[in-house]
Structures are given as structure tokens and as C-alpha cells.
Write a protein that binds this ligand. Structure first.
Ligand SMILES: Cc1cc2nc3c(=O)[nH]c(=O)nc-3n(C[C@H](O)[C@H](O)[C@H](O)COP(=O)(O)OP(=O)(O)OC[C@H]3O[C@@H](n4cnc5c(N)ncnc54)[C@H](O)[C@@H]3O)c2cc1C
Length: 322
């Protein structure tokens, strides 16, 4: 373990640089509170890989997720937020200081904001890991354009799966939507989906599990095997690629039981958005009972920053104390 030094000590460290953390960073840095954000993937988080955001207040015509993410980042950096690329792997309470184990080495902070959101859930079936990024994908905005005029399978029956299947029709010639049980997407989305079904662009396979992804000798995905759970019959669908949208897995593993979580693995907070560890705040999708929207993540980020200001008071002296 590296000892605490001036160089590795920060007033505020935010874990993640998605909408929640970027918004929080606007508030802390504008108050001259030194703030470091650690990001293991892409700044902007899930917003950056969302094709189009129609419901973010203030943008009556909607805007691209990437543009919104870029704007949030620009604004935080304008006030002095620093984003470093690295992953936080463990968090320890050392009283006044929190100790973070990261891929960039050991870091210390007076105040920590956890804004780690979620990652895509995997199916855990044969072929999924083998063909990852070579025919199996989790981000339509990132990889959809590779499938111009090709056939695709989309797995899932929730809002994300339906939304992304409709988006992928911009590229793919046809989409088979495989839904394990029944459709769980909202009525509004199901109505929109029906228009694509009527046009023959999407075929929906209800009560159909996805069991295996098959490739050819050149290493290309060529087929998906599943089971019709009503008849027990095998279902084979020829395809050029598979997009999986079966939910999200909370990024709270790094906390390793140090922070109290709910049965889903989301981090519990009090009314000030403070976790069970004093000085560690939580905002956005990773918070228990979060509403999983960009607008709420941004709002929670601002709230957590304002609520944490008391804890980071005296920040001007922090570096002298080391
Ligand atoms: C397909 C899809 C479409 C969506 N469409 C909409 C929409 O139209 N409107 C809307 O309002 N919302 C939408 N959402 C939801 C929205 O994207 C999220 O609510 C929002 O991004 C949550 O922000 P966040 O900052 O809490 O988390 P995230 O955006 O998930 O950001 C968390 C960040 O933390 C990083 N991170 C995680 N763990 C670590 C670690 N240990 N160390 C370092 N970094 C870490 C991640 O890499 C990520 O960048 C959509 C989501 C999906 C999946």
C-alpha cells in the first residue's frame, strides 16, 4: 500500500465520469474545491453511448447522447475538474481520509462521490464471450453501423431492447427480436415497435430463450440457437450479429461490502445522499431507488455535491495537512 502524500491526496474524488459525476463536478469545482474524476471507460457514461435523448429538459427537439455527454464534460472541465482514466478497485475508510485502490495506484480523498452506474448484463451462453465485439455487441450506437443491410438478432424484451432494435433498423435489413418470456417494454414503445413489425422490419419471438451463438470456420457469427419455451422446440435463426439488451448490473463490486447495498447491489444512502461510510456520497443509477434517468442523475450529482460541501470544508488547507 502506498502511503498518503501531497501528490496522491485530493479533496474530492469522484468514481466514474458519467452524467451524475460530471454534474457534481460542475458544482464542486465552481466552488474551487479540488476535484478528480476517475473513469474506467468513456466520459459521459451510458449517456455517451445512447443514440438519442428525447427527454432531457431544456432540449425541446432532443439531442444526441454523445453531444450531451460532451457538453457535460466540457462544462465540468471549464471550471477545473480533472478526469483521469483508471478504475477504482477498492475503497477503505481511514476516518478523515478515504483510501482508494485504483489501477493508477493508491489515492486518498477527504470526500468521495460514487457515481459508477451500471454495466450491461451478459447472457452467459456459449459463443457470447467468444464472439464479443466480433458479432456480439451491447451498444447499438457504437456498433450498429457495422450491420448495414445485414440481418441481426436483438435479445431482450424491456425498454432498452425495443428502443435499440428500432434504432438498429436504420442499418439492418431485418431484425429478429428474441424475448425470453413476455414483452416488458412500455405500452408507448410497444406501439412504436408494432409499426416496424407491420413493415416486416422486425419479427418478435416471444417465449423464446437464446441458448447459443454459433460462428462459422472464419470466426463470423452466423446463427443463434434458442428454445420455444411453449413447445420445447429448438429455434434456429440465421444472423450476421447479435445485440444483447437484458438489463444492467450495478457497478458496486469495488466497494466489496464496505458500503451498504440493497438486494440488487445498489448502494443505500440517507436523505443527504451519504452512504453508510461517512464522507462517501452516492449519486445516479448506482444509488438504491434511483430513477435511472439522465435528468435525475444530473440532479442527484448536484445535490450530492452541495450536501458534501460541508464535509469538504477546509479544503483549502487539505494539502497543507498532508
Ligand atoms: C440503452 C440505453 C438508453 C438510455 N436512454 C435514456 C434516455 O433516452 N433518457 C434518459 O434520461 N436516460 C436514458 N438512459 C439512462 C441513462 O443513460 C442513465 O440513467 C445515466 O447515464 C446514469 O448516469 P450515471 O452517471 O449515474 O451513470 P453512468 O452513465 O452509468 O456512468 C457511470 C460511469 O462510471 C464509470 N465507472 C463504473 N465503475 C467504475 C470504477 N470502479 N472506476 C472508475 N469508473 C467507473 C463507468 O465507466 C461510467 O462511465 C439510457 C440507458 C441505456 C442503457
Amino acid at each position: 500500500m502506498e502511503k498518503r502524500t501531497k501528490e496522491n491526496s485530493h479533496t474530492v474524488i469522484m468514481i466514474g465520469a458519467g452524467p451524475a459525476a460530471l454534474s457534481a463536478a460542475v458544482y464542486t469545482t465552481r466552488e474551487d474545491i479540488e476535484t478528480l474524476l476517475l473513469e474506467k471507460g468513456v466520459p459521459g457514461g451510458l449517456a455517451a453511448v445512447t443514440d438519442w435523448v428525447d427527454n432531457y429538459p431544456g432540449f425541446p427537439d432532443g439531442l444526441a447522447g454523445l453531444e450531451l455527454a460532451g457538453n457535460l464534460q466540457k462544462q465540468a472541465e471549464r471550471f477545473g475538474a480533472v478526469i483521469d482514466f483508471g478504475e477504482v478497485t477498492a475503497l477503505h475508510d481511514e476516518g478523515e481520509w478515504k483510501h482508494l485502490e485504483t489501477t493508477l495506484g493508491d489515492l486518498y480523498a477527504r470526500v468521495v462521490l460514487v457515481a459508477t452506474g451500471s454495466d450491461y448484463k451478459k447472457l452467459g451462453i456459449p459463443g457470447e464471450a467468444e464472439y464479443y465485439a466480433r458479432g456480439v455487441h451491447y451498444c447499438a450506437t457504437c456498433d450498429g453501423a457495422f450491420y448495414r443491410d445485414k440481418r441481426l438478432v436483438v435479445v431482450g424484451g424491456g425498454n432498452s431492447a425495443v428502443q435499440e432494435a428500432m434504432f438498429l433498423t436504420r442499418f439492418a435489413s431485418h431484425i429478429d427480436l428474441m424475448v425470453r418470456s413476455r414483452m416488458r417494454a412500455s405500452d408507448v414503445l410497444q406501439k412504436e415497435l408494432q409499426k416496424f413489425v407491420d413493415k416486416g422490419k422486425i419479427t418478435v419471438h416471444l417465449a423464446t430463450t437464446t441458448d447459443e451463438i454459433i460462428g462459422d470456420k472464419d470466426g463470423k457469427v452466423v446463427q443463434v440457437k434458442g428454445t420455444d419455451t411453449k413447445t420445447g422446440n429448438e429455434v434456429k435463426i440465421d444472423t450476421d450479429g447479435v445485440f444483447v439488451f437484458v438489463g444492467l448490473k450495478p457497478n458496486s463490486e469495488f466497494a466489496g461490502g464496505q458500503l451498504e447495498t440493497d438486494e440488487l447491489g445498489l448502494i443505500k444512502t440517507d436523505e443527504n445522499l451519504m452512504s453508510s461510510m461517512n464522507g462517501v456520497f452516492v449519486a445516479g443509477d448506482i444509488r438504491s431507488h434511483a430513477t435511472m434517468q439522465i435528468a435525475s442523475a444530473v440532479g442527484e450529482g448536484a445535490t450530492a455535491a452541495l450536501k458534501s460541501a460541508n464535509t469538504s470544508e477546509g479544503h483549502v488547507d487539505v494539502m497543507e495537512e498532508v
